[in-house]
Design a protein around this ligand. Structure first.
Ligand SMILES: C[S@@+](CC[C@H](N)C(=O)[O-])C[C@H]1O[C@@H](n2cnc3c(N)ncnc32)[C@H](O)[C@@H]1O
Length: 289
């Protein structure tokens, strides 16, 4: 089992995918939005205790917070046949039925692209022709990623490092956020940006590496002044997801459920038990310090 498979469906994935699906559910049926991912992954992943997760998703009540995620996840797991596979972001987003435009999925690893192609063809069936896959580093594809007039963009690097000059090792930096925000300003768009812990460095490394890579992500996004900005975290873990909206994307971000609503959802209950919290005050903390 690869590292990606071993991590699939962890608390970070649940946070990312639950909020992604909630956001997509807020897109009015008559509007044509496109979808893109910078780090698309394999589409389907082996996951331990998948049956338990599927049963938990099936227990979600229609209309409750997180129900859209539960529905897409259960549909994807069943379509993937084996029942022991977790469904990644790209397939979940397209299973939501909310994306009526095209999709562009960028992935660096050629073997992972092959897996993703198989997953798209198998799980999405008739929607598969609207999905374009591009192999390479996300930074080399940003112009095409950012081209649509109405866009939901999932940026899912392993971690955010404000000073990173490139996408090496899957990281993302301020230089990329600036390019993304520069293009999305004046359009109808949402950027969901995930970050987790940076890889541990040897102790002799003089540069301290912060565990919480969400603080600089939130501060840098705040400085780029999207019309709406929120940040959700999984309590007690390094996983976080920022949602930034421009134009009509502002309403989509403002309409996301609150932490209190997430805490009443199936995701917070056993056996899943993921506690989603929301950060409000990074900008104020930054100016005070
Ligand atoms: C965490 S996985 C993606 C998971 C997926 N978005 C999901 O939520 O289901 C990160 C992926 O980024 C890919 N990757 C690493 N560096 C990259 C880069 N510079 N550009 C694009 N993809 C990259 C890795 O090969 C890996 O498949």
């Amino acid at each position: 089992m690869s590292i990606q498979d071993a991590n699939a469906g962890n608390a970070g994935d649940l946070l990312k995918h639950a909020i992604l699906l909630e956001l997509l559910g807020g897109i009015p049926g008559g509007e044509v939005w496109s979808y893109a991912e910078t780090h698309a992954g394999a589409g389907l992943y082996a996951r331990a205790h998948a049956a338990e997760l599927l049963a938990a998703a099936d227990s979600a009540a229609e209309g409750e917070t997180g129900w859209r995620y539960a529905t897409a996840l259960a549909a994807g797991m069943r379509r993937a046949d084996a029942g022991d596979l977790y469904v990644g972001s790209a397939l979940l987003a397209l299973l939501s039925g909310s994306i009526r435009g095209d999709a562009l999925l960028v992935e660096f690893d050629p073997e992972v692209v092959t897996r993703l192609r198989e997953g798209v063809d198998h799980v999405l069936a008739s929607a598969a022709p609207r999905v374009r896959l591009a192999q390479g580093s996300f930074e080399d594809h940003l112009t095409e990623i950012l081209a649509p007039q109405r866009l939901v963009l999932l940026a899912d690097p392993y971690y955010y490092d404000s000073s990173a000059p490139d996408g090496q090792g899957g990281r993302m930096g301020k230089v990329h956020l600036q390019r993304i925000a520069g293009h999305l300003r004046g359009r109808d768009a949402v950027l969901l940006a995930f970050t987790s812990r940076a890889p541990r460095r040897p102790l002799r490394d003089a540069v301290p590496h912060p565990e919480e890579t969400w603080r600089p992500l939130f501060a840098d996004l705040d400085a780029l002044a999207p019309s709406a900005l929120r940040l959700f975290r999984v309590d007690g873990t390094p996983h976080a997801l920022a949602a930034a909206g421009w134009g009509a994307g502002e309403q989509r971000v403002a309409g996301l459920p609150t932490a209190r609503e997430w805490q009443a959802s199936w995701i917070a209950k056993p056996p899943v038990g993921v506690r989603i919290v929301e950060e409000q005050r990074v900008a104020a903390e930054r100016t005070e310090s």
